[in-house]
Design a protein around this ligand. Structure first.
Ligand code: F3S
Length: 426
C-alpha cells in the first residue's frame, strides 16, 4: 500500500504507540483487501465501550479498564497502550444496555459500572456519546461524497444510499483505528465504480407504509445478497422511517450496503445514472407474491398467539414514530401478561420527555428506553417466550439470537398485541 508522509510517520511511531498500532492495523487490513491507499475521513461511527454481551465477561476478568479494551479489541495490540484523543469526529453507536432501566433489562450493577467507565473514557478521548444505531437521526449527517468509517449495517446502508456519503461496513477494529488516525482503506463503497447498481428491481405493487418498506427490503436482501439493487416504479416517496426500515431489512436478510431508488436517492436521478450506463446483471420483479413470501418468512418462527413482549424501535425510533405509537396507545393499558418496550436515541427521548410522550407510554404500562435494543443488548423482559415487532430486522435477529418466537406486523398490530396480549396481525 502507498502511504503518504503523515501516514508513514504514524506507522513509524512519531505520534505515539496507540496511533502507531492503529496505522499498522489499517495497513494490514488495507493490504488484505487489496486497497492501494488510505483515504482521509472525518466521520467515524463505532463502539468503544464494553457493555456489549461479548465484552461483559472480559471486563469482569480483566482490570485494565477501557484502555485495555481499546488496545485489545480495537487495535489488536499485544500490550495495553494509553489511548490518546481521537483525531476526527467520532460518534458512539449503540450500547449493550439502558442504564436507566438496567434492572428491568436484567443487567447487574457491575455492568452499569462498566457503562459509566465507558462514558468517562469516551468523554476523555472525544468520542461523542450518541449511543444509537441511527446517528443520522440526531445530527450526524455526512455530506454527499464525504468519506466515512461507520459500523452498524443499518446505518451504513443509510449513509451510502440516502445521504450519498461513502462508507464500507467497518468493524470495531478498523473504525477504532480510523478514530485515532483519520484514515481508512480506500476500497469498496469509497470508489465510484462499486456504487453503481447491479440489479434492477421493478415494483409491481404500491409500496407505501413502513411495513411495506420493511417487507420489500427483506425480500430484496435475500434476492441480491451483497449487491446493489436499483428500485424502479416507486409510487410513494418514502420518508426517513421507511428508508431506515428498508435498508435495515435489506442488510439483515442479505448484506446490502448500498441501493438506489430512481428519482429519490442522490446518485440515481435517472436509471442511467444509477447503473452508470451499464446493463443490470438481472431484472427482478416485486409483486404481491414476493411480498407474501417475505411476510411468511418473517413470521415463520411464530405459532403461539399469546404475546408477552412487544418491542418497537428497530432501528431506533424517530420522534414521529414515538408520536404514532402514543396515538395508538392513548387511553389504553398494556396487558398484564405483556411488556411494551420502545427504543430511541437518548437525544430523541429528551424531546419525548418534553412533549409528554414518555409519560403517556409509562402511564399505559410501557417503557421508553435508550441506548440499546433487545437483539443487540440481549435484553428481554424476564420469561419472554413470544415477541411482536414492527421491524423486519428485529424479526430476523430476535428468534436467532434470543431463541424466542417473533411475530412481525404493523405498528398498529404490535400496539394492539401489547394491549390485548394476543397477536391478531397477518
Ligand atoms: Fe438498532 Fe438494535 Fe435494530 S441496534 S438497528 S435497534 S437491531
Amino acid at each position: 500500500m502507498r502511504l503518504t508522509a503523515d501516514e508513514q510517520a504514524m506507522l513509524d511511531g512519531a505520534e505515539g504507540p496507540a496511533r502507531q498500532r492503529a496505522m499498522d492495523l489499517l495497513v494490514r487490513y488495507g493490504e488484505a483487501l487489496g486497497a492501494e491507499r488510505l483515504v482521509d475521513t472525518n466521520n467515524v461511527c463505532a463502539t468503544v465501550g464494553a457493555t456489549m454481551p461479548f465484552l461483559r465477561d472480559y471486563c469482569a476478568a480483566h482490570s485494565g479498564g477501557l484502555d485495555a479494551v481499546f488496545s485489545e479489541f480495537s487495535l489488536d495490540s499485544p500490550d495495553v497502550v494509553e489511548i490518546p484523543k481521537v483525531k476526527v469526529y467520532s460518534c458512539h453507536l449503540q450500547q449493550g444496555l439502558d442504564p436507566a432501566h438496567a434492572d428491568r433489562q436484567g443487567i447487574g450493577p457491575e455492568v452499569v459500572k462498566v457503562y459509566r467507565a465507558g462514558e468517562a473514557f469516551s468523554g476523555r478521548i472525544g468520542v461523542q456519546l450518541m449511543n444509537t444505531c441511527t446517528p443520522y437521526q440526531i445530527g450526524n449527517i455526512p455530506a454527499k461524497g464525504e468519506h466515512c468509517a461507520w459500523m452498524e449495517s443499518s446505518a451504513v446502508v443509510y449513509c451510502n444510499s440516502v445521504l450519498g456519503a461513502r462508507t464500507n461496513a467497518e468493524g470495531r477494529e478498523s473504525a477504532g483505528a480510523a478514530m485515532l488516525t483519520g484514515k481508512i482503506p480506500y476500497w469498496g463503497y469509497h470508489l465510484d465504480e462499486n456504487r453503481l447498481g447491479t440489479h434492477l428491481v421493478d415494483l409491481q405493487i404500491d409500496v407505501k407504509d413502513t411495513v411495506d418498506w420493511g417487507l420489500l427490503g427483506y425480500w430484496i436482501g435475500e434476492a441480491v445478497q451483497e449487491q446493489v439493487p436499483v428500485l424502479r416504479g416507486v409510487t410513494h416517496v418514502p420518508n426517513l422511517a421507511r428508508l431506515k426500515h428498508f435498508g435495515a431489512a435489506a442488510s439483515s436478510s442479505g448484506g446490502v450496503e448500498m441501493y438506489h431508488i430512481v428519482g429519490v436517492t442522490p446518485e440515481a436521478a435517472t436509471l442511467e445514472e444509477a447503473f452508470g450506463g451499464k446493463r443490470p446483471k438481472a431484472v427482478l420483479k416485486y409483486g404481491a407474491a414476493e411480498r407474501r413470501l417475505a411476510l411468511e418468512r418473517l413470521n415463520s418462527t411464530a405459532s403461539d398467539r399469546n404475546v408477552d413482549y412487544v418491542m418497537l424501535g428497530c432501528p431506533h425510533y424517530s420522534i414521529d414514530q414515538i408520536w404514532e405509537a402514543c396515538q395508538l396507545l392513548e387511553g389504553q393499558r398494556v396487558h398484564e401478561n405483556c411488556n411494551l418496550w420502545i427504543f430511541t436515541p437518548s437525544a430523541i427521548k429528551r424531546i419525548a420527555d418534553q412533549n409528554g410522550y414518555t409519560k403517556l407510554i409509562t402511564d399505559a404500562g410501557g417503557f421508553l428506553m435508550t441506548d440499546t435494543c433487545s437483539a443487540v443488548g440481549r435484553v428481554l423482559p424476564k420469561g419472554t417466550k413470544v415477541a411482536a415487532v414492527d421491524s423486519a430486522k428485529q424479526a430476523h435477529y430476535l428468534p436467532a439470537i434470543m431463541g424466542i418466537q417473533t411475530w412481525f406486523g404493523t405498528t398498529a398490530e404490535c400496539i394492539q398485541a401489547a394491549i390485548t396480549g394476543r397477536w391478531s396481525g397477518g
